[in-house]
Structures are given as structure tokens and as C-alpha cells.
Design a protein around this ligand. Structure first.
Ligand code: TTP
Length: 185
């Protein structure tokens, strides 16, 4: 029997990535309070949030497979989620400027029989950025619905000098690992 994939995410980027690999899926949006996870460890944070999001969606039959994810940016000992305003976005990009940070995405894959959770990390290096570059970027809509206040897939691409790891992990869904793990379901 064919499996029915359900993406438990409101993120348009995660939807786009899954569409790109031409797997049919439906969307259900988890309504969870992300602030309930209080930890200084980015790995633990995305792992736990992916689990909470994935567990929120009910499994209706044994064909259902649910995929959920959570992404954060980690720089030194700080975790950057979505900036709440312009000042926070500016502070995040300033911190990331001229330095290397990590992007962590936690993923949960869940069926009636089993569940599997994993975390991927991608290293991203930013060019040193001028105050004018940062100001013109935070004046756009782009930073505000993205962890770390930038989108590598959009205008934020101009900040990126180098990455090590899966590009799609930065955008919010490490698709090649997801596809590999799905074979076990
Ligand atoms: C670093 C980075 C993050 N992001 C996005 C991916 C995620 O959508 C978002 C991090 O927020 P998340 O809380 O992981 O996800 P979400 O709230 O957008 O969606 P949902 O919880 O419903 O699944 O940041 C980019 O689009 N590009 C980037 O370069």
C-alpha cells in the first residue's frame, strides 16, 4: 500500500524542498509553543522541538508518515531563532558577520509503528558585512520569519562565503538524509 506523507510544517521553504524531489505530500500545521523548550544546547533544542511538532499531528492510519522539523542558528554559545524585531535582526546579522556559525535542523519521521529523530548540522561562514549592507537587508521582509535573521535561499545568499554540509539543511529540511531515512519506513 502506498504511504501517505504528511509534512507537519507551516514553513513554505520546507514545502518547496519536498516538492522539488517530487514526492506527493499533504500539509498539516503543528500549533506548538516553541518557547516551552529552554536549553542552551542547539542540538537538544531542535531535536526536542522536531519531536513536539511531529507528535502534535495525529496518525490516522498505518499508511501515514509524518515529517516535522525545527531549525536554529548557533553562534558561540548563543541560539538564534526568528528575530522578533529589527533590532534583534540587526544584532544577529552583526554577530554572524565575518565569522562562522552552525545551522542545526532536527527532523522527526513518525509512523504508527515507529519514530526516528535526527539532527543535521551545517557550517556557514559569512563575509564581513558593512553597517549599510546590514541596514538595507533588515529593512526588507526577509529576515523576520527565518532563524538567524537571514535566508540563504534568497537575498541572504550574498552574505555567504562558504558552507560545509547540506545546503538544504540551512533552508530548513536536510532532504537527502530525510529521503534515506524514509526508506526504513
Ligand atoms: C538559516 C535559515 C533559516 N530559514 C528558515 C527555515 C525555517 O522555516 C525557519 C526556522 O523556523 P522553524 O521554527 O524551524 O520553522 P517554522 O516556524 O518556519 O515552520 P514550522 O514550525 O511550522 O515547521 O527559518 C530559511 O528559510 N533560510 C535560512 O537560511
Amino acid at each position: 500500500m502506498t504511504k501517505q506523507l504528511i509534512l507537519a510544517s507551516s514553513s513554505p521553504r520546507r514545502q518547496e524542498i519536498l516538492k522539488q524531489v517530487k514526492i506527493p505530500f499533504t500539509i498539516k500545521i503543528p500549533d506548538v509553543d516553541e518557547s516551552q523548550i529552554v536549553t542552551d544546547d542547539p542540538y537538544e533544542k531542535v531535536e526536542q522541538l522536531a519531536k513536539i511538532k511531529g507528535s502534535y499531528i495525529p496518525i490516522e492510519n498505518d499508511n501515514n508518515i509524518i515529517i516535522s522539523a525545527d531549525t536554529v542558528v548557533a553562534f558561540q554559545n548563543k541560539i538564534f531563532e526568528k528575530p522578533k524585531d529589527k533590532e534583534e535582526a540587526r544584532a544577529m546579522i552583526r554577530d554572524l558577520s565575518g565569522d562562522v556559525h552552525s545551522v542545526y535542523t532536527g527532523v522527526m519521521i513518525r509512523s504508527q509503528e515507529k519514530e526516528f529523530v535526527f539532527v543535521e548540522r551545517t557550517e556557514v561562514e559569512f563575509w564581513p558585512l558593512s553597517a549599510a549592507e546590514i541596514d538595507s537587508y533588515i529593512a526588507t521582509e526577509e529576515p523576520y520569519d527565518k532563524a538567524g535573521a537571514y535566508g540563504i535561499q534568497s537575498v541572504g545568499a550574498m552574505f555567504v562565503k562558504r558552507i560545509v554540509g547540506d545546503y538544504y539543511n540551512v533552508v530548513g529540511l536536510p532532504i537527502s538524509r530525510v529521503l534515506r531515512e524514509l526508506k526504513g519506513f
